[in-house]
Structures are given as structure tokens and as C-alpha cells.
Design a protein around this ligand. Structure first.
Ligand code: PLP
Length: 354
């Protein structure tokens, strides 16, 4: 079974060089990150990091801070080098060649890649564009109960469609997976959802793991930081596969500082909300179909996504995500930035689509 690298479609230095562009002159709408970047408190904390000492391999202080913030015991928290590392650790801990796995699709490519590295061919449970990218959850639960996969991945809210499942829908999937299986709920973008529900109570079910990313709401994208909340047994199992010191000292310090500055993430959410409303209105005024958004990105039907992406990049120095790799070659994904950038994007799209 081949295991190609998953495609993420972000800014690519080799492509930029070919096009004669510099990274710092391109406005990046391809990633969905707090438009304010990192908080000044995080920047300040980095000045005190001891770069010539090993980081704490247990991330004790960060796990303590996360536990206090979330009301979750430290034994139920595993910190990773971005949530991507945790996706792979879960797959390594729980999947063996020939096992069953399922993924609610279309979605983030790392789940499939992690399954395949374990020689497991995951079964996609697809949402249809006709259904505005919502899954038929009773039908999905029926299939899960029938096949009893060892691991099921759900991204909530889902990248790239924005579909956001409610508590009862996720609970139905957890019941269907059964005690022997594991339901992984990736909440990488959940902090941008206006009416978010708290999934931590699902941890008591014993077969649910929650993934969170601090690279989005806290902007620690280049530093890499994420965490898993899960039954203590799964934390121990996944930890066995984690390289010692995989979470570096700067990321740990930045994570603690970010938790101490909740206003920064909150301000980022406010900026996103205002710009998202503006973008949806203007995109629809341009005659473009836009899936109902729930987080800090928009899925927009543009016809020929590779062409639109290329034209925006070369003519306007703006990078959006071509969704071909999600199986949606007619769609682009726009990571919501501030109002000024959003206005420029709408002008650029008007020009490109003319
Ligand atoms: C749904 C989803 N989960 C996880 C990740 C990876 O996040 P991290 O930067 O924490 O590895 C991404 C990144 O795009 C994502 O879209």
C-alpha cells in the first residue's frame, strides 16, 4: 500500500520561487489561523526560554496549566508537536495491519495518511455537496455499529466544509463505535465556533479522544503545539510512541503564556467573526456558493479551483487553498483574515472571475 505525503496546499517556497514571489509579499488565506498572530505575552515569554537546556519531556507545567484551564486531570492530557503528531501517535497506538478504520470525509488528509502508515485502508463516510456537506449521522452510526472500526476520525468543525456536528450527533457516533473502538474528535478549529458545545464530558465515555491545536487560535503555527484529551490509558499508549523531547522548550513556554492571555484569542475570534460575515455577504453577492461556515474558514465554489488559486497568486499575490486534494476541484477554502485583507480578497476575486 503506498503512503504518499498528505497534501496541505499552503504557501510553498519552491512554487513561490518559480513564480518570482517572496513569501512576505503574499497574503496567506490558505491557512486558517488567528489573524492577530501570536500575543505579545507569548512573544515576551520566548525571550526567557533557555535554548541550551533540554525541554521537559513530560510537559508537566503546560499539562498542569491545561488541566486547570479545562478541568481535566493531567493524566488525561498528552501534549504533541502540533496535533498532527497526536493523530499519528493515536494511529500507531491503536491500529494494526488489516484493522478497520473510518473517516468522515471529505476532511483533513493526515487521518488517512496516519492510517495508511499502519497499513490500514480507512473507509470514508462521505458527505454530499447536495446535502450542503452534512453527513447522514443516523446512517453513519449504523455503518459504524455494523463494521466496528478500531478507530474513527471526525473533524469538528470539519476542515474544509465547516460542518459542525452537535453533541447528540457525536454521542451517537461514540455509541456506535462501541467500547473496543476509539472515536477521535479533532477540534482543531472549535475555538472559532460561535456556539460551541463543550466536548470534554465525552471523555467519561472511555472511547473518545479529543484533539486540540494551539497553532490556530493562539497562532503557534510555526512553533508547533497541540494536545490530546483522552482516557489515561490511551494517553499512556500513545506516549510510548512519542519521541522524547518532541515538544520543544519554546513551544511549551509559548503554550503556557498563551493560556495566560485569553483576551488575545478572544480578540482574534471577534476579528474573524466580523470578517467572516463580510466575506459571506460579498462572496454571495459575487454569485458564489459558500457552504454555511462555522469556524474561521469558508468553502467556496468557484468552478476551476486550481485556475482561480493560480490567478489570485500571480495577479494579486494572494494564496487560497485549492480543494482538489479534498476531492473538491471546484472549490477553494479561504482562511478568514482581518477586514482589510478580506476587502482586498473580494476585489481580487471580482477581477479574477470577471
Ligand atoms: C483539522 C485539522 N487538524 C489538525 C491540523 C494540524 O494542526 P497542527 O498545526 O496542530 O498540527 C490541521 C491543520 O491544518 C487541521 O486542519
Amino acid at each position: 500500500m503506498s503512503t504518499p505525503r498528505p497534501f496541505h496546499g499552503g504557501l510553498n517556497d519552491a512554487e513561490l520561487k518559480t513564480l518570482g514571489l517572496r513569501r512576505d509579499e503574499v497574503v496567506d488565506f490558505s491557512a486558517s489561523i488567528n489573524p492577530l498572530g501570536v500575543s505579545p505575552q507569548v512573544e515576551g515569554s520566548l525571550r526567557h526560554v533557555e535554548l541550551s537546556a533540554y525541554p521537559d519531556p513530560e510537559c508537566f507545567e503546560l499539562r498542569t496549566a491545561l488541566g486547570a484551564e479545562l478541568g481535566v486531570r493531567r493524566e488525561r492530557i498528552l501534549v504533541g508537536n502540533g496535533s498532527t503528531e497526536l493523530i499519528h501517535l493515536i494511529a500507531r497506538a491503536r491500529l494494526r495491519p488489516g484493522d478497520r478504520a473510518a473517516i468522515l470525509a471529505p476532511t483533513f488528509g493526515e487521518y488517512e495518511a496516519a492510517c495508511r502508515l499502519q497499513q490500514v485502508e480507512p473507509v470514508p463516510i462521505a458527505a454530499s455537496p447536495g446535502g450542503r456537506f452534512r453527513w447522514d449521522i443516523p446512517e453513519a452510526a449504523r455503518r459504524l455499529a455494523e463494521r466496528r472500526p478500531a478507530v474513527v476520525f471526525i473533524c469538528n468543525p470539519n476542515n474544509p466544509t465547516g460542518t459542525y456536528l452537535g453533541r447528540s450527533e457525536v454521542e451517537a457516533c461514540a455509541r456506535a463505535v462501541g467500547d473496543a473502538g476509539l472515536l477521535v474528535v479533532d477540534e482543531a478549529y472549535a475555538s472559532f465556533v460561535d456556539e460551541r458545545w463543550d466536548a470534554t464530558a465525552l471523555l467519561d465515555a472511555g472511547n473518545v479522544a479529543l484533539l486540540r491545536s494551539m497553532t490556530k487560535d493562539h497562532g503557534l503555527t510555526g512553533l508547533r503545539l497541540g494536545y490530546m484529551l483522552a482516557p489515561a490509558r490511551l494517553v499512556r499508549e500513545a506516549r510510548r510512541f512519542q519521541y522524547t523531547w518532541s515538544v520543544n522548550a519554546a513551544a511549551q513556554a509559548a503554550g503556557i503564556a498563551a493560556l495566560g492571555d485569553p483576551d488575545h484569542a478572544e480578540e482574534g475570534r471577534r476579528v474573524v467573526k466580523a470578517a467572516r460575515e463580510y466575506l459571506v455577504r460579498e462572496l454571495r453577492a459575487l454569485g458564489l456558493a459558500c457552504a454555511p461556515p462555522s469556524a474561521n474558514f469558508l468553502l467556496v465554489e468557484v468552478g476551476d479551483a486550481p485556475e482561480v488559486r493560480h490567478a489570485l497568486l500571480t495577479r494579486h499575490r494572494m494564496c487560497v487553498r485549492d480543494c482538489s486534494s479534498f476531492g473538491l476541484p471546484g472549490h477553494i477554502r479561504i482562511g478568514v483574515r482581518g477586514m482589510e485583507d478580506s476587502r482586498r480578497l473580494i476585489d481580487a476575486l471580482r477581477d479574477v472571475l470577471a
